[in-house]
Design a protein around this ligand. Structure first.
Ligand code: ZN
Ligand code: ZN
Length: 417
């Protein structure tokens, strides 16, 4: 059944409210930078307006709305001269620098077309994206660790077309909104209260795992026999982040994970992806990685192998892991059975690992370490961070204690503690 317009309108308001109060947790005097896609769909503008309204009502001092259109990136790759694709304007860097300095809260909504760059020269795509990331890489730790930020999805036609290809075209976007509202608990009477309880549950599980200080996790399942070493002092994080001001915010809506950093040099074995990966507008399917002493030594992929190669060639850090995350198989997204072709959603359906950058907050004292100290402690440094799913109902996970004992962490995809 399709939602009536009134239901959609009510849910858009509740969603906007959730983004403002849980996502970036706007309070008196805050500055908000809000990025939202330009589309032909009036509901997206409605959501944007409800969000701006909720932010000012919550006390925001100024809301800067940036309308973006991802098609312009595709047009650049298609029509700009090859030797200009690595150009990054000085004013772009200054802009990002000024956000970091002003302590602006950043809210980013996206409804990316998972196939935006499909069929384009992947070298050109990588060149353009690598240049953009490299130019502002030095700001990323500050933006991630010191600024309040939130990324959340919006239902767009090109995205809905990929998720629900079998539905009539005009039913796909409403169906995707339904799925977004269910996954983000917007369908509950009081989504903000529901989120606070959910966040507390994840915080408690993170505390338990942090206190355990396992030296490694061992994952076993169909095609997977994989050991992930964990560095001394690793911290399991989840249920949102705490800003230095004491304010709790939700970098990702939805979120179902607790996560920490693997030791960059202590990862061994073979791990099979349990869902396709949508990366750079391409879809990579049926793939697995082999690691030795923390480094990728080989991979197999049924489709998208060249894209995967491009990813691990980004830099040295892209050949090592920066995150391991636990998500129960009973999460609302997993239960929906929908493959979203969007990492923010699909990563919350299953346990996952990420190639690339580790988060400073996932090790004790990490935010005070310089890059050498961080690497010395087992952290990974990279321009990229790409998550892929490795969990399902077949995967068991053990924690290995400092004495070499095994304790169950997950059984058949569910928490064992
Ligand atoms: Zn994650
Ligand atoms: Zn991640």
């Amino acid at each position: 059944m399709l939602m009536t317009d009134t239901t959609l309108d009510t849910n858009l308001r509740k969603y906007a409210n959730l983004l403002v109060h849980i996502g970036v947790n706007i309070t008196e005097g805050d500055l908000l930078h809000f990025t939202v896609n330009v589309t032909d769909d009036p509901n997206i503008r409605k959501l944007a307006h409800y969000t701006v309204e909720a932010a000012y009502q919550a006390g925001a001092k100024y809301v800067d709305v940036q309308w973006t259109d991802e098609v312009t990136s595709k047009l650049r790759i298609l029509h700009a001269a090859d030797d200009t694709l690595d150009y990054v304007p000085e004013w772009f860097i200054k802009k990002v620098e000024s956000y970091a300095e002003a302590g602006v809260a950043r809210l980013v909504t996206f409804g990316r077309d998972p196939q935006l760059f499909a069929g384009l020269d992947s070298n050109k795509v990588t060149t353009m994206q690598r240049a953009g990331r490299a130019a502002t890489a030095y700001l990323v730790p500050k933006l991630i660790d010191e600024n309040v930020w939130c990324g959340a999805a919006i239902a767009t036609q090109p995205w809905a077309d990929v998720v629900f290809p079998d539905l009539p075209a005009d039913e796909r976007v409403p169906k995707l909104w339904d799925a977004i509202f269910a996954a983000t608990r917007v369908t509950e009477d009081d989504p903000v209260a529901a989120w606070k309880a959910h966040q507390q549950d994840l915080v408690n599980r993170g505390k338990y795992m942090t206190e355990k200080q396992y030296t490694a996790l061992h994952l076993k399942g169909d095609g997977t026999d994989f050991t992930i070493g964990l560095p001394k002092g690793h911290v399991w994080s989840g249920g949102g982040s705490d800003h230095s001001s004491g304010k709790r915010f939700a970098p990702n809506i939805p979120t179902e994970e607790i996560f920490t950093m693997p030791h960059r040099d202590r990862v061994n074995g073979t791990v099979k992806a349990t869902k396709p990966l949508s990366y750079n507008g391409n879809i990579i399917e049926d793939f697995s990685f082999t690691f030795k002493d923390g480094r990728v030594t080989g991979f197999e992929a049924k489709t998208g192998g060249d894209v995967l190669q491009g990813l691990i060639d980004t830099d040295e850090g892209a050949k090592h892991l920066g995150e391991v995350a636990l998500v129960p198989h009973s999460s609302p997204i997993s239960q929906s059975g929908i493959l979203f072709f969007n990492t923010l959603y699909d990563e919350n359906a299953a346990c996952h690992i990420a190639l690339g950058r580790a988060y400073a907050k996932t090790i004790e004292g990490g935010t005070e370490m310089d890059e050498d100290q961080f690497v010395e402690a087992g952290g990974n440094v990279s321009q990229t961070h790409v998550d892929f799913m490795i969990g399902n109902h077949d995967v068991d996970i053990d924690g290995i204690t400092i004495d070499g004992e095994r304790e169950p962490v997950m059984r058949q995809g569910e928490w064992a503690f």
